[in-house]
Design a protein. Structure first.
Length: 123
């Protein structure tokens, strides 16, 4: 499955140096007056048009173009069974690498010690 960036994003021009404040006299808003402008884009194709209409900045002047992607779908969560299966596989892999002769004993002991974790129920 290929992952592509989400279609929605926030495009903004913000003061980039966390140790100084923006120059006085420039209109800013929000987040401790560090953002000069911000816009939410619903289509990526509109980015060039929006940037052409906004105040310009030159490299080294302290302002930074920022892009924040907004997820369009909720994050995919693993089921408890999948988490438990992967945790048991990782445990066996670690034990086989470090203790190849004692894998079965140590594997059973670790699962008996933390059964909820290796079922995928605990954090």
């Amino acid at each position: 499955m290929s992952r592509r960036p989400p279609d929605r994003m926030i495009l903004s021009l913000a003061w980039g140096n966390p140790y100084t404040d923006p120059p006085p006299g420039i209109a800013t808003f929000g987040d401790r007056h560090r953002t000069r402008w911000s816009v939410t884009l619903l289509e990526r194709s509109a980015e060039a048009e929006i940037r052409s209409q906004m105040p310009d900045n030159v490299p080294g002047d302290g302002w930074s173009h920022c892009i924040t992607f907004q997820p369009t779908a909720p994050p995919v969560r693993w089921s408890a069974e999948a988490k438990g299966r992967v945790r048991r596989q990782n445990l066996r892999r670690r034990l086989e690498r470090r203790f190849p002769l004692l894998v079965d004993q140590l594997y059973e002991a670790a699962i008996a010690e933390r059964p909820d974790y290796y079922r995928g129920e605990a954090v």
